[in-house]
Design a protein around this ligand. Structure first.
Ligand SMILES: *Cc1c(COP(=O)(O)O)cnc(C)c1O
Length: 415
């Protein structure tokens, strides 16, 4: 009874809090709230969606008294006997919602809600190494483009896998001929495909790279992991869904972030692979968890899978399809506006990342833009990742700032 009363009070407080600024009782924290809200209005450079749509989830969470229940998803979410003090049952439904969108069959899939895109890549590389060792008895070589996300290089190092950084073209895509050059055809190949590359938003051409691999039947075995942290979010809901469809691209596993396109408000993600990969791992029977543990982490977050599940219900296929179209239209708008003021800019096909000549540090910090450098594009660069919250109004404000630093008060170009 007492607990419910508390929950009711908490609910009322939270409802009131959404109307007027609510004090936490800690001045240092209260002071940050406005800073965070202000920064949210102008952040354009990073791929976390700032439209999370979880208010009703939090209201339910407090009102139901779940705030005092300590859940933990330790264990295999795809088991038929999920543990009681967990949200594994819902986690499995999340995997089964997304698996077909990436071309996996429901009777041939394994997966989990991860703690991040990096956590998903960790599983992809770990599963890949073990699968290839099991199949061949040999040590694999990992290939990844030199413009891929650094987590892949970090994880290859962590897992002590021999790695080749394959050259990429000026737009950031792994060059098939460069793969051909470095390929060690006597050993199993662990491919990590970038979707996309960190700064330019390039998508590795899986068909062309697979063709290079297929032209070497002497390679003992191949495993392809797709690092689709960002693009794996909107592509399945866009006309370009084929790019992440394993029926077309024939990969073994995929990792996607939850806090990027899907709009979870904390780091999370998806890792999905086929049953064959799951079945060819190292077994560690853990009696107290009652299954063959495949996951790297023991304790795993229970709330993220539940938030994910909530979003599959409340936003779902229709909502994400709408958001994907909106996001690509906003990307087109940003590109047009940059073109219209003559600001040099580039964007990869299917990408929501527009990179351009780097503006002043004032503009960089106002919009928290990520910075890059490439002589082939005139040197100093910056990018905007066009997520749901990068609306036409925000783009107009950003363009106005660029105009202001390009022309003086007399309308004369100064840059
Ligand atoms: C963001 C990103 C990552 C890292 O994902 P986290 O969820 O931040 O760990 C890895 N690869 C790519 C392609 C990304 O865009």
């Amino acid at each position: 009874m007492k607990k419910h009363l508390f929950s009711l009070v908490a609910l009322l407080v939270s409802v009131a809090g959404s109307v007027s600024a609510q004090s936490s009782g800690y001045p240092e924290l209260d002071a940050m709230v406005q800073t965070w809200k202000d920064a949210q209005q102008t952040t354009l450079g990073y791929p976390a969606s700032q439209e999370s749509n979880l208010a009703l989830f939090y209201q339910w969470y407090l009102a139901s008294g779940m705030d005092v229940v300590n859940l933990n998803n330790a264990g295999d979410p795809m088991t038929d006997a999920p543990s009681t003090l967990s949200t594994q049952k819902f986690e499995r439904q999340v995997i089964e919602f997304f698996a077909p969108l990436y071309g996996f069959k429901l009777d041939d899939v394994w997966g989990l809600v991860t703690h991040s895109g990096t956590d998903g890549n960790n599983h992809g590389i770990y599963f890949g190494v073990n699968y290839l060792r099991n199949k061949t008895g040999m040590e694999p070589v990992l290939y990844v483009s030199n413009e891929a996300h650094y987590s892949n290089m970090r994880l290859a190092h962590l897992q002590n896998v021999e790695m080749y950084l394959v050259a990429s073209d000026s737009m950031g895509r792994m060059i098939p001929d460069s793969l051909e050059e470095v390929l060690v055809t006597s050993r199993p190949a662990l491919m990590v495909y970038a979707m996309g590359s960190t700064f330019k938003g390039a998508i590795d051409d899986q068909k062309a790279l697979n063709a290079v691999l297929a032209s070497h039947p002497e390679i003992p075995a191949v495993y392809r992991h797709v690092d689709a942290a960002l693009f794996g979010g909107y592509l399945p809901f866009s006309p370009y869904r084929e790019l992440v469809d394993r029926d077309t691209m024939h990969y073994e596993s995929i990792s996607v972030s939850g806090h990027k396109f899907f709009g979870l408000d904390s780091p999370s993600g998806l890792f999905i692979c086929t049953k064959e990969i799951y079945d060819n791992q190292v077994d560690y029977n853990v009696p107290y968890l009652n299954s063959n543990m495949r996951m790297i982490n023991c304790s795993r977050d229970a709330l993220d899978p539940l938030k994910f599940w909530w979003l599959t219900k409340s936003i779902g296929h229709t909502g994400w399809t709408f958001q994907a179209a909106k996001l690509l239209a906003q990307r087109d708008y940003l590109k047009q506006q940059l073109d219209s003021i003559g600001w040099p800019n580039w964007v990869n096909d299917y990408s929501n990342t527009v990179f351009f000549r780097r503006p002043s540090q004032r503009v960089i910090s106002k919009y928290t833009l990520a910075q890059g450098y490439d002589d082939r594009f005139g040197g100093e660069l910056a990018h905007v990742v066009v997520m749901q919250h990068v609306t036409k109004e925000k783009i107009d404000m950003f363009i106005a700032d660029l105009i202001e630093e390009t022309y003086n008060a007399n309308g004369v170009q100064v840059q």
